[in-house]
Design a protein around this ligand. Structure first.
Ligand code: GLC
Length: 738
């Protein structure tokens, strides 16, 4: 039934088995393992007879393809796997990759929203459920988690990450890898994870997609690298390199990143897949003179698998036969790829992910909807609630619900929803309608977009058609309260979606101001994939709820928060600028030599003439329907290696609520300098009214250390402050010496 290598004794270690297989492989078959194609024909249809698809089909039948992406569904995967396993000489199974970024068919909140929950268990469960659905559809490898730290909301892919902080980003990266891979990668319900995009992709100059990245060693080692290292600690089996060039070297061609750091210093024994076409793109970067040289540079740099650039399958054979590239480099890459396939159990049973009964029983299961609803509620951040306009009373109100996004059932799914069904989300209108005690009327207010809304196409934002304004204003005028759902469409952020303006797109801001003129009781519910500039809204709108793009259960989550059936507990994982000109803006900045206003009104200090230094909403910020008080922060004990810190937190309001207790440190004097604050711990607690909990943190010496400009980790003695509170501006602190 299976080829010889699959029937070999399973008693051998994986490395014995893969070395045995490797010894049988021709050079072409080895290079084939390094070649990945995106789905190049509808496999349920006839085999391609002409063009590039026909060439790729022949390569597939000749064992020159090691992986496919963008193929899902048991029937489709089985058909391709049968070709690889039963029609090629050695029958080496394919590994099937897919962008399972925040859910597969059931869509969870975008990753930036999940990060706002600070709930690591919920985040791990979200990834686990995504793996359950994706694996049931034949997928055995996801191109996630994206762990790129970013401070620049102009860059559209901040929606995919965990925000600006390396500590929170590392904890979330670890949780996501654990969720995807579980404890047994050979189980048919777990999938290999992929840490991406290695490295520095989140720092594109001017926030422009794919733009050059020029960052120093402090930012690289202390901000960018920690989440990637956390994925290694979690046992991640693959990495994906970045499109961008880091300090003049495209990541795909960087020996420093992929060999020196990842494979040598970090002892990574999985494999690195290039991002789509990034190997050949080194020609466009001006780093390789042609695709052949790009192939040589990439394989020497440790890019093990070529996603869809064809550089490897077209040129590596010649490069090896002509002696330019050592076959040992090919063998190393192939060993890594085969190792992961063995670990997934694909050699023992290439069809283990092709169980049609499991597919039917798993995809779209109610348990996933329930979990994604919980995740969505936990991801919502209450930004403002003046006069306690929220939570809404459940009866006797005339509520106007306004906004194109309010009855949109696709946008709330966010971006990277390749396997999801359009119109499958619960809209805000549908969620609000489940509360029948009030009189709810909807008005679109203004169309957000015109024309097609597609993953790969530019959006057409409506900047002229105000024909729906009058009806919305009329409805608002006669209502007790107005819920306005405004923000970005799900395809307004994500890959290829950089923006130079961060306000409400299109005519939404004008609509908001027009409605405000007739009714000031406005609750602004934001749907967005990135921090926005909300200065006007913060000044005039009494209640503002950050509801991101929350996935399949978006409308129910938002309704339950607006009606108080869930007390919002989210905290921002990324700073919201007060002005566009502040971007990039982040909480863990460096002091500078002139951080404060001189005694006179001189201008010689680090500031803007036309804007404050602080963001509108800071990292770690989020309100609740209750309030919390912090007291009695103290250091209970200190040894050479650990410091025990405790603080008392009291729910001083009259409803139950969750609080993310955050611990930051400040290293007052260090070489090189360190940020004015760095997150080093957090704990999510749940308190009833008047309840007090003592929260303990154990700070380790390692947590007080950092990488110096030589890339060496160092812990320097000196004066430190510990800050604890409900966001990064907390003043409550205590001090210690190391
Ligand atoms: C894309 C993205 C990457 C994704 C890959 C496959 O261009 O940069 O994150 O996993 O291609 O879709």
């Amino acid at each position: 039934m299976f080829n010889s290598c699959a029937s070999e004794s399973n008693m051998q270690s994986i490395d014995d088995r893969l070395n045995s297989l490797l010894s049988k492989m021709t050079l072409e078959e080895k290079i084939g393992q390094m070649n990945q194609y995106s789905s190049f024909w509808d496999v349920t249809g006839p085999a391609p007879k002409e063009g590039s698809a026909a060439v790729q089909f022949e390569q597939l039948k000749n064992g020159l393809v090691g992986s496919m992406l963008n193929v899902h569904g048991v029937e489709n995967v089985r058909k391709l796997q049968q070709i690889a396993v039963e029609e090629t000489r050695l029958g080496i199974p394919l590994i099937f990759g897919f962008d399972v970024i925040h859910g597969f068919k059931t869509i969870s909140p975008i990753p930036l929203a999940e990060a706002a929950s600070w709930d690591l268990e919920a985040i791990e469960l979200s990834a686990k459920n995504a793996a359950l659905e994706a694996s049931a559809a034949g997928i055995n490898w996801t191109f996630a988690p994206m762990v790129d730290i970013s401070r620049d909301a102009r860059w559209g892919r901040v929606m995919e990450g965990a925000g600006e902080d390396p500590y929170l980003g590392s904890k979330i990266a670890f949780a996501r890898v654990k969720g995807f891979q579980g404890d047994d990668l050979s189980a048919p319900t777990t999938i290999a994870a992929c840490a991406k995009h290695f490295a520095g992709y989140g720092f594109p100059e001017a926030g422009k997609e794919y733009n050059s990245v020029d960052i120093g060693t402090q930012t690289l080692h202390n901000m960018v690298m920690p989440p990637f290292k956390a994925t290694i600690e979690a046992g991640v089996r693959t990495f994906m390199n970045s499109f961008s060039q880091l300090n003049g070297v495209p990541a795909t061609g960087s020996q420093y990143l992929q060999r020196t750091l990842l494979k040598d210093q970090w002892n990574f024994d999985g494999f690195v897949v290039s991002d789509w076409g990034s190997i050949e793109e080194m020609v466009e970067h001006g780093y390789a003179k042609d695709a052949k040289q790009a192939a040589q540079i990439a394989v020497e740099a440790g890019s093990d698998m070529d996603m869809q650039s064809l550089a490897y399958v077209d040129h590596l054979t010649d490069l090896v036969k002509s002696g330019v590239v050592q076959e040992a480099l090919i063998d190393d890459a192939v060993r890594r790829i085969l190792r992961v396939k063995f670990e997934l159990g694909l050699f023992d049973d290439p069809y283990k992910y092709c169980n049609i009964e499991r597919e039917k029983a798993t995809i779209g299961h109610e348990k996933f909807q329930e979990a994604t609803l919980e995740m969505a509620k936990k991801s919502i951040v209450l930004l403002k609630n003046k006069n306690q306009l929220l939570p809404l009373k459940k009866k006797g109100l005339n509520i106007a619900l306004i906004g194109d996004l309010a009855d949109d059932k696709t946008s709330p799914l966010g971006n990277w929803i390749l396997a999801a069904e359009k119109n499958s989300a619960v809209s805000v209108l549908e969620g609000m309608k489940t509360y029948e005690g009030n009189n709810l009327e909807f008005s679109v207010g203004v169309k957000l977009n015109t024309g097609a809304l597609e993953f790969a196409k530019e959006l057409n934002i409506n900047t002229t058609d105000k024909s729906d304004f009058p009806a919305a204003i009329k409805l608002a005028k006669k209502s007790d309260v107005v819920v306005m759902v405004l923000g970005e469409h799900g395809f307004h952020s994500g890959e290829g979606r950089s923006r130079t303006q961060l306000g409400l797109p299109g005519l939404q801001q004008e609509l908001l101001e027009q409605v405000f003129k007739v009714n000031q009781n406005i609750i602004l519910v934001l749907n967005n994939g990135r921090p926005l500039v909300l200065d006007w809204a913060d000044q005039y709108i009494p209640a503002i709820v950050e509801a991101w793009q929350l996935g399949s259960q978006s409308g129910n989550a938002i309704a339950q928060v607006l009606y108080g059936d869930y007390n919002p507990s989210g905290k921002l994982p990324m700073s919201f600028p007060k002005s566009l000109g502040q971007v990039p803006i982040y909480y863990n900045y460096k002091s500078t030599g002139r951080p404060t206003l001189p005694s006179t009104d001189e201008v010689f200090w680090s500031h803007y003439q036309d804007e404050q230094n602080a963001p509108l909403y800071t990292f770690g910020y989020g309100l609740s329907y209750t309030t919390f008080a912090y007291s009695n922060l103290k250091i209970n004990s200190q040894t050479d290696t650990t410091i025990d810190v405790s603080v008392e937190v009291t729910n001083t309001g009259n409803v139950q609520g969750k609080e993310v207790v955050q611990l930051y440190i400040k290293d007052h004097f260090a070489r090189p300098t360190q940020p004015i604050k760095s997150l080093k711990g957090f704990e999510l607690i749940d308190l009833n009214p008047n309840q007090t909990k003592t929260v303990h943190f154990t700070l380790t010496e390692t947590q007080l250390g950092f990488y110096d400009n030589d890339g060496n980790f160092t812990v320097q003695p000196g004066d430190f402050s510990i800050y604890v509170g409900g966001d990064s501006t907390t003043k409550l602190n205590t001090k210690f010496k190391l």
